[in-house]
Design a protein around this ligand. Sequence first.
Ligand code: SF4
Length: 256
Amino acid sequence: MAIQSPDRATAAPVTNDLAARAPEALRPLYHVDDALQPLYETIADCPNCILARTRSRTVPGSGPVTADLMFVGEAPGQREDELGLPFVGRSGQFLDELLAGIGLTRRDVYVTNVVKCRPPSNRDPEPAEITACGDYLEQQIAMIQPKVIATLGRFSMARWFPNAKISRIHGQTKRLGDDRYVIPMYHPAAALRNGSLREVMHADFAKITPLLRGEPLTSPTASPAPSEGAPNLNAPSAGAPTPPAPPTGSQSGSLL
Ligand code: SF4
């Protein structure tokens, strides 16, 4: 039962009806494993930040709870808000292309965002919204236990690489504990705006396959070495990521 509030829109949970109306290619993405269902239902009723007032429906994530590879993007857009699925617009189409390049499909991976509700007019998520939604991401990571977390864009990157610049560290890996890696990537929308990033993203995606096999890269190749004061990407860090330093000064819609 949704918690009613006079000052927010009631979230429309993902339903079989919604899946039936969705394009056929997307319908398999509506499957939710039993282990994830209670969390999805909690998110569907979440009133914890201002985005609850304007969303059409929550977008908790898609993919199997057994996925070894997890993508964490920024926030749902208009199409995602309509369909209740992450990365189903043009960015999602490019994500599908990138996955195909390494022999995977959306059904092989888990995809979510740092906030589960669409910011109005596709503005950047605010630090308070990312913080409010952070526990859901933590629960997803705890349940899925991915071998590799690929961040898409600077907002999810900031969760594991505070104050880093994506142009400097994309494609470089960082160990999280003994058996998990995080690899920052550009957001697919950035490559749609700047075509030169398409090949960069394909090259960064190619680094995922050895990580999934447990073969960490020994030397970064796609980016300049981090300068003094930049994060040491090869040093193991605690398994639980540190909450992000709130991104500041961001431009609306900027994914770099
Ligand atoms: S963005 Fe996250 S914290 Fe905010 S209302 Fe949606 S689910 Fe809740």
